[in-house]
Every structure is written in structure tokens, then in C-alpha cells.
Write a protein that binds this ligand. Structure first.
Ligand code: NAD
Length: 479
């Protein structure tokens, strides 16, 4: 077990403020490997005092960091991307250990993707226009100031990079409060930032509990913008705290996305890709297509295809090369997901695969059986609420109008998919969906395309130029 004693504040590693000068022991957070249930590390549980120290450091660093030329910031960010690439193996081992995501998947989404996103901002900075002319005005796009970033555990490094890097790129300074379950990759990120040599105070890390350190960051009067990714329930609290101090807020929240398979689609491909999308990261993906919508004529065929496809996702040790499904992140999430499976059965959905029993042969780890429900109707709990586990609901529609109504019939609107033999038809359908991203016939993830939600899935966008603009104010000068 490894003990981390420091939080990265003002360019150096500092122990929790509550420990300094007092004989009380500072609180710590235990980090548990969800596959083995072993405590693998502890990190400091920072509180409002640490957040305040970090915000002060970020404020003090802001003017001079913002005064650096964009090309200079671009060079640092390119160096950060290179350093992330150089630390690939440590990143993969760290995330696999604290999150439990299978190694091969971790390599792609937790190491290569953040490296690429950081690189994309280094490149974007070369050409981004921070001023524009409108008639007799020049409009300057200026850094908002000090950013409080609060991130979840499900794609822990990607979510850190998607906030911190564009904020630093435009000249903001940042205080990061990562999720309690995955603070180790955040510690590693801070080490990498330190090694790259950003000026002290430009980036700061405070580990701690959400309702303590997270809340203190959201409320802090000297934070100009809070960028939050996590659950809709906590997002609302963060928005309220931020509103009280009239600060900007960006929210990336939950989802219940629809995978709409139109009658003329390649059913086999749509179902197989759909299952892969839901099972990835053990279903702990905010944009997962957890509702599969199939027309009545091909419904039973789709159910059979889904049952066959899900058999390829056997839960197992995430460090082994062939594993495609790891555990859930913690016991609470596992119990929550099992509770939803029980609810689906109770409300009359047809269990096609999986169930509430623990997977066979795994007597340790927070594993859940990959589960498929058929005959799910729109009013059922499993059709409305975000489960955040390897659970798919297959729903039947009679007409395309009804499919659209079902697709739009939740409070969420983060992502989605449409499949059709006629691409124009798929696009026309996608344009009527109340959601922030739609993949047409399996279109692949684009880290330069804006990502974010309609309705209760959030406010604002991350990634690419739109993600950069989140951290900018406009100022108009008239001539
Ligand atoms: P969570 O909302 O419990 O926690 C997210 C972060 O907020 C953590 O760092 C946590 O410590 C902090 N937090 C908790 N209470 C807080 C408070 N009162 N004030 C300030 N911060 C607080 O979510 P989670 O369990 O970590 O993540 C799962 C949820 O996140 C899912 O609902 C998922 O859909 C959502 N999510 C959304 C996106 C997206 O981009 N839209 C991405 C990933 C996860």
C-alpha cells in the first residue's frame, strides 16, 4: 500500500492544512482496487482550508499566466501531451488498479485519448482567434480567471484533461478536485504537470470528499467558473452554490441515451455495436446507449442477437489481456446497479441475460453480470433512470414517430445513435432528437467535436474549439 502525503498547491507538494501546526492527524481517503477489494493507497482528504490555499495560489498566478503569449502556452501544453505519452504505462496501471477498467480499454480511453486531447489544444492554440471585428467593435475573448474543476471517476484522466488543458490553454489557472475513488491518476497528472514546469499556482490539486472539498470549491468566492462532471443530483447542488456567488458554471451530467435502430438498418451490426457501447467500462459511461429501440417486426430477432452478443462480455480480472468487462468502481455502485436489475424484474421487464446474482467464479471484486432486459416500456424505472452499470433495456416501437417520442422521453439528452440503410433518413431522425451528440451508423468518437448535454444532461460543451470557448469571456471595445 502506498501513502500519498501531499496535495499539489502553488507548485509544491503540501500536506493537508488541518495537519499543519496541530497535533490532530489529517484525515485520509482510502483508495480501493475494485477487482481485489484491497486498499492500495491513501491520499489526503483536503478540506476548505486546502481549497482556499489552492484558490489563492491560482489567483496569484493568474495575471502573469494569462499574460504569456498563446504560442508559449501552446508549447507547454505540447510538452504536457508528450509527457502524458511518455507516462502511458504508469497511467494504464494506475487507472486499471483504482477504477478496474480492463487494460486494453484503459490504454485507449485513459492514456491515448487524454494525450491526444492535450495535443489537440496545443495545435488549436496556434490558430485560435482571440479577437474579432464586428462593425466598429473589436471583441476580445479573454480568460475567465480561476477555474474550479470537479471530476468523476469513470474516465478519470480524460475528464481531468478535458477541463484542465483548455482552461490552461486560454490562460486560466485551475484548482482540480478529482473523484474520491480515483485520486491516484490525478496525483500522477499533477506530477506530470510539475515535471513539465508550469509556473507555480497555474495548476493545483486538492484531493478530498465531494461534500467537503468539492463543495468548498464550488462556493469559493474567488473562483470565477466551476466546471463539473458527475451526477445530475450533485450538478444541481454545484450550480446552486455557484449561482449564489454569480459565477459561471459548466455541467457535464448523466445520460440515458437511445440507440435507435430504424427498420431498414443493418440489425446485426447495430445490435452488436450497441451491446459493446453499453458494456464498455462496465456500463459506467455517461453517454452509453442504454436504451435500444427496435421496430416490432424485428424485435425478437434483435433480442436474440443481443443475448448472443452479451455472452462475449464475461466479467473478469481487468489486468488480464482478454478481459472485456471489469468490476464496477465500488461496492456502493455495484449494489445500486443490482438494485436497478431487481427493479426491472419487479416492474415486469423480461430478463434475457444476466441478473442480480454475482457472476460465477468471482468471489471477490465488485462485479455485476452483464444484463439485458427486453419488453422494457417507457414508464419503467430502468427506462428512465441512469443505472451506470452493464445493463441494457431493449424497447419496442411501432412507428418512427413513436421511436422519436421514446428517444426524447427522458429528462436526459447527452448522446445517442441512429442506424438506417439510408444515411439521409438517419440524419433527419437525429436532427429531431433532443440530445447533444448522435452517432450515425456507428460513426466513431471524435475528440474535436463538442461534447455535452441537452436538458438535465448539462450546460456547456467540452472538447475542441467549443471546449476552449467555455473558459473565455467576451469584452467589446468600440471605435
Ligand atoms: P458524483 O456527482 O457523485 O461526483 C462527481 C464529483 O463531484 C466527484 O469529484 C465528487 O467528489 C464531487 N462531489 C460530490 N458531492 C459534491 C458536492 N456536494 N459539491 C461539490 N462536489 C461534489 O458523480 P460520480 O459518482 O463521481 O460519477 C458518476 C456520475 O457522473 C454519473 O451520473 C454519470 O453520468 C456522470 N458523468 C457525466 C459525464 C458527462 O460528461 N456528462 C461524464 C462522466 C460522468
Amino acid at each position: 500500500m502506498k501513502t500519498y502525503n501531499g496535495m499539489y498547491i502553488d507548485g509544491r507538494w503540501r500536506s493537508a492544512a488541518r495537519q499543519d501546526g496541530a497535533d490532530r492527524r489529517a484525515a485520509v481517503i482510502e483508495v480501493v482496487n475494485p477487482a481485489s477489494e484491497q486498499v492500495i493507497a491513501t491520499v489526503p482528504a483536503g478540506d476548505a482550508l486546502d481549497v482556499d490555499a489552492a484558490v489563492r495560489a491560482a489567483r496569484a498566478a493568474f495575471r502573469s499566466w494569462y499574460a504569456t503569449a498563446p504560442v508559449e502556452r501552446a508549447e507547454r501544453i505540447a510538452a504536457l501531451s508528450a509527457a502524458l505519452s511518455a507516462q502511458r504505462e504508469r497511467i494504464v496501471q494506475t487507472v486499471t488498479a483504482e477504477l478496474g477498467s480492463p487494460r486494453a480499454f484503459t490504454e485507449i480511453v485513459s492514456a491515448d485519448l487524454p494525450t491526444r486531447v492535450a495535443g489537440s489544444y496545443a495545435k488549436l492554440l496556434q490558430t485560435y482567434e482571440f479577437a474579432e471585428k464586428v462593425d466598429n467593435s473589436t471583441i476580445h475573448h479573454e480568460a475567465v480567471g480561476v477555474v474550479g474543476a470537479i471530476t468523476p471517476w469513470n474516465y478519470p484522466l480524460h475528464q481531468i484533461v478535458a477541463k484542465v488543458v483548455p482552461a490552461l490553454a486560454v490562460g486560466c489557472t485551475v484548482v482540480l478536485k478529482p473523484a474520491e475513488d480515483t485520486p491516484l491518476v490525478a496525483q500522477l497528472f499533477a506530477e506530470i504537470v510539475d515535471e513539465v514546469g508550469f509556473p507555480p499556482g497555474v495548476f493545483n490539486l486538492v484531493t478530498g470528499l465531494g461534500p467537503v472539498a468539492g463543495q468548498a470549491l464550488a462556493e469559493h468566492p474567488d473562483v470565477d467558473l466551476v466546471s463539473f462532471t458527475g451526477s445530475t443530483a450533485v450538478g444541481k447542488q454545484v450550480a446552486l452554490a455557484a449561482a449564489a456567488a454569480v459565477k459561471r458554471v459548466a455541467l457535464e451530467l448523466g445520460g440515458k441515451s437511445a440507440n435507435v435502430i430504424l427498420p431498414d438498418a443493418d440489425l446485426g451490426r447495430a445490435v452488436t455495436v450497441g451491446i459493446g457501447n453499453v458494456m464498455a467500462n462496465s456500463g459506467q459511461t455517461c453517454s452509453a446507449w442504454t436504451r435500444m429501440l427496435v421496430d416490432a417486426d424485428r424485435y425478437e430477432e434483435a433480442v436474440e442477437l443481443a443475448a448472443a452478443a452479451v455472452a462475449n462480455y464475461r466479467p473478469g480480472d481487468p489486468t488480464l489481456p482478454g478481459t472485456r468487462l471489469g468490476p464496477l468502481v465500488n461496492a456502493k455502485q455495484r449494489d445500486r446497479v443490482r438494485g436497478y436489475i431487481a427493479k426491472g424484474i419487479e416492474e415486469g421487464a423480461r430478463l434475457v441475460a444476466g441478473g442480480i446474482e454475482p457472476p460465477e467464479g468471482l468471489d471477490r471484486g465488485y462485479f455485476v453480470r452483464p444484463t439485458v432486459f427486453a419488453d422494457v416500456t417507457p414508464e419503467m424505472t430502468i427506462a428512465q433512470e441512469e443505472i451506470f452499470g452493464p445493463v441494457l433495456s431493449i424497447m419496442r416501437y411501432e412507428t418512427e414517430e413513436q421511436a422519436l417520442e421514446i428517444a426524447n422521453g427522458t429528462v436526459y439528452g447527452l448522446a445517442g445513435a441512429v442506424w438506417s440503410g439510408d444515411e439521409d433518413k438517419a440524419v433527419a431522425f437525429a436532427r429531431r432528437m433532443d440530445t447533444g451528440q448522435v452517432d450515425i451508423n456507428g460513426g466513431r468518437f471524435n475528440p474535436l467535436a463538442p461534447f455535452g448535454g441537452y436538458k438535465h444532461s448539462g450546460i456547456g460543451r467540452e472538447l475542441g474549439a467549443h471546449g476552449l470557448a467555455e473558459f473565455l469571456h467576451t469584452k467589446s471595445l468600440q471605435f
